[in-house]
Ligand binder design. Sequence first.
Ligand code: IPM
Ligand code: MG
Length: 360
Amino acid sequence: MAMKIAVLPGDGIGKEVTAEGVKALKAVLGNAEPYEMREAPIGGAGYEAAGDPLPEATLDLARKSDAILLGGAGVPEDEHRPPSKGAGVGLLRLRKALGLFANFRPVFMFPELVGASTLKPEVVEGLDLVILRELNGDLYFGEPRGISREASGERVGINTMRYSESEVERIAHVAFRTARARHGKLCSVDKANVLETMQLWREVMIAVGRQYPDVALSHLYIDAASMALVRNPKQFDVIVAGNVFGDILSDAAAMLTGSIGMLPSASLGLDRKGLYEPVHGTAPDIAGKDVANPLAAILSAAMLLRHSFEREADAKRVEQAVQSVLGEGYRTADIMEPGAKRVGTAEMGDLVAEAIHRIG
Ligand code: IPM
Ligand code: MG
């Protein structure tokens, strides 16, 4: 049966980088493998096409696909809209509707990019960790929420941090299994010293941990975790965090590797269906200029091959192609270094596609 891939470029640089992700997929799958790619709008593009950041037809296509490659959702107009009407809501609804609760954000330092990091080489050299972010709960979805007016006439904003035991349990199992398949170390991030929700989070992590005696479980409060991540990131193997803390930590972690333009992600549920997207946003300020780094999108395509289609060899081929292009000294603006060869978005994508052919 043909592999069904939904392509949702979204907004801003999402469109440009997704085109390069598609290029990489086509290069690696060639003519031999039957696959079907269909495109649909999301985010601001969804608003434009159907007056909805997640049009019905887009959700329908996503439901019927085995995997989804996404660019990003967000437009400048969002700053003047209430959060519930922003383009990013399309993304949040999609993750929730498909039950994609486990968001893998691997933070990997390509040796070629050690100089591009703002941190000292000895701090980031050889860095290889995974942030596992819970994606369906927390402040993002908790009720009640909203802005209302109190009797005094003053407005109050309310969001609810909420996790049920079963929600924590299912992400805990994914976290322990991930750590087990790597170096056996799991750090759970919470704020159990202040928040009851996080106290429950920690209790459940510890309880589930009893089933994984081979995994070393540790705990850090989110503030201390942020500090540890920039002070000595190599102490980490797998970090598991709730939706909000995971969102924040993953942007910080991205910068360790030189640029957020390098970080891919996979959002998975209970089956093989997955949503693959760069960790970065839609960067309206540089959109349409052919300067965005497409490597996060291309590496997301590699994760798609690995997780949704069990095509490990193809995934590796894409990753090796990226490494080889970096090794040849090609850089987009965000990871530019003296002496390197600067290329635009499309040229970087072409170089990776060529390298994929060469390696194959
Ligand atoms: C991310 C993004 C999204 C999030 C936004 C665009 C809604 O920051 O994927 O990390 O907060 O989840
Ligand atoms: Mg984010």
